[in-house]
Design a protein around this ligand. Sequence first.
Ligand code: FES
Length: 133
Amino acid sequence: MCVALGSGFLMSALLTACKTPLGVIKTSAKDDIVSIPLTEFAQTDYKLIRVSNYNYDLAIQKQPDGSYLTLVLKCTHAAQPLTKTGDKYYCTLHGSQFSHGGAVMKGPADKNLSQLVTKIVGNNIAIRLNNSL
Ligand code: FES
């Protein structure tokens, strides 16, 4: 839809508006570790991460104490990828809903979202994909 709109300046403005409105960072892992520069959080305390060859998006949240929390956006009912809706996550398969922090708000899911080990290493946030908390 974005490509079919207007031309010239208008087209340029619309395409800018169509770019990853949620600020999704696309990246890859090395040795099962994803590294995200801390500078990505200079203007925000939340980022969605899409890792190549990993089936689920990750939501990284900066915590009030300066640490980072990483949620795997995988429904805990039957492993459906979740959709971000406002500040919550929604499962389109059977309707489960999860809070911003990953807690179950509505079933049938009965477990909170998985969290990945996330540490600050130098000027980066390091997320270990194969080691949930
Ligand atoms: S897979 Fe998400 S509610 Fe069933």
